[in-house]
Design a protein around this ligand. Structure first.
Ligand code: C6P
Length: 419
């Protein structure tokens, strides 16, 4: 796609940084930027930025409308991006790939379209305490609209899903089980194949929020056992404004549209309309055309490294950071300590210092992290904290970044007199 070459090389944070123009940017600290907020949004390699620019410069027209050469070209690239996404996640067909704006929209699409036509007042919908608001609030809204009951699977003190509690919820025969693969706030990797297997065996339709997993580890929807999978392009080196809903074809075919208008119709009269086939039935209006080609370039870039390599790199950084920070006085780490159950996301609290103050001083040291509730307020309540500071890793981070983080934490503790 978009004429980029596949490369095959090992993941080494410092070497890869040369591919990302943002790291040329000076920081106020005078030191190189240490970017530890990829869970919020990832930085973009030159290949993605160039793909966007190339599309706008040489291949841009609206898609699915024109019969002139340029429009056919734009169309081919947009649909080519859909094929790239399908291959990347092991989908049976590109027709199972719906382009949306982001993971939030993907989950809302399922909650509205599938939810409102399949869930009634006597039904149960199950989510978990670990969810991002994007995989909680749409289900709250669905239950409010239909009268269905919403229940939440408990999590453990070390931030894991309580599988016994999951089993007991599943005994009640929920219509929908909505669960994240990786928690954005704690970094927990849920045993997702086991969870989807249990969910489907109990007759639930299983929705997986994969916003924090697809960018960081291999994920194959054919093996996953879910019914719907949602993720965002911007967290996987791609542009903002494009995300993906993967769904089983039979389910997508049976679902009513989410948004209506242009593109998603086959025929319209003054009194009614017939819908287009999937996935276009769910892509009303002009889609994110250039962004789709940027996402394909991001996939190309990730495949050039290999998702096993990305995961192995982040696992190694997690082990190093967990041990480094865990041995520092006044630092409390949240989430599981097993590297097989923890992605490259470390949430921590410094004794006596508010996470926002921590993030502010870290920024002065050239270290960018996120502080707050991470759009997971019920999870913060569960752990008795209003907020945490979160450092999240990606392929461009390295051990030096962990040292810079540790040094900046000490600097913060000195400022607050807690060192
Ligand atoms: N989490 C974070 O800093 P959108 O905003 O739609 O691209 O992604 C929503 C979303 C859904 N699920 C999970 C697990 C997520 O982590 C996110 C986004 C960012 O953690 C922004 S709040």
């Amino acid at each position: 796609m978009v004429g980029l070459q596949h490369r095959s090389r090992a993941v080494t944070g410092a070497a890869l940084r040369a591919d990302f123009p943002v790291f040329e940017r000076p920081t106020a600290s005078g030191r190189r930027l240490v970017y530890l907020d990829s869970a919020a949004s990832a930085q973009k390699p030159r290949a993605v930025i160039e793909a966007l620019a190339q599309t706008y410069a040489h291949h841009y027209a609206n898609v699915h409308r024109g019969i002139y050469e340029l429009s056919v070209d734009a169309d081919a690239r947009y649909e080519g991006a859909r094929r790239s996404v399908a291959a990347f996640i092991g989908a049976d067909s590109p027709r199972e790939i719906v382009f949306v704006r982001n993971a939030t929209e993907a989950i809302n699409l399922v909650a509205f379209s599938f939810g409102r036509s399949n869930v009634g007042r006597d039904d149960l919908v199950v989510t978990t305490e670990l969810e991002h608001h994007a995989n909680l609030v749409p289900w709250q809204q669905l239950c409010a609209a239909t009268g269905a009951t919403l229940a939440h699977v408990r999590s453990t003190d070390d931030g894991k899903l309580d599988l016994d509690d999951l089993r007991s919820h599943l005994e009640r025969g929920p219509k929908i089980l909505a669960v994240s693969h990786v928690s954005n706030a704690l970094g927990t990797i849920n045993p997702i194949a086991e969870v989807t297997g249990l969910g489907r065996a109990a007759g639930a339709t299983v929705v997986v929020d994969a916003a924090q997993s697809v960018p960081h580890m291999p994920l194959n929807v054919a093996e996953l056992g879910a019914d719907f999978v949602a993720f965002s392009g911007h967290k996987m080196l791609g542009p903002s404004g494009i995300g993906v809903l993967w769904g089983r074809r039979a389910l997508l075919d049976a679902m009513p549209p989410f948004l209506t208008g242009g593109s998603m119709i086959r025929r319209v009269t003054l009194d009614g309309a017939e819908w287009n086939e999937v996935p276009w039935k769910f892509e009303a209006g002009t889609p994110a055309i250039a962004e789709a080609t940027g996402l394909a370039a991001a996939i190309d870039y990730l495949e050039g490294i290999g998702m096993d390599g990305v995961r192995a790199h982040e696992r190694e950084l997690f082990i190093a950071a967990w041990s480094r920070l865990g041995n520092m006085p006044g630092v409390r780490l949240l989430g599981p300590d097993d590297p097989d159950e923890h992605a490259g996301v470390i949430s921590f609290v410094l004794d006596g210092i508010h996470p926002h103050d921590v993030a502010t001083i870290l920024d002065r040291e050239g270290v960018a992290v996120r502080a707050g509730h991470h759009c997971a307020q019920p999870l913060m309540d569960r752990h008795g904290v209003p907020a945490t500071t979160r450092a999240s890793f990606y392929l461009y981070n390295d051990h030096d970044d962990i040292e810079r983080l540790a040094d900046a934490i000490v600097a913060t503790q000195r400022v607050f007199g807690t060192a």
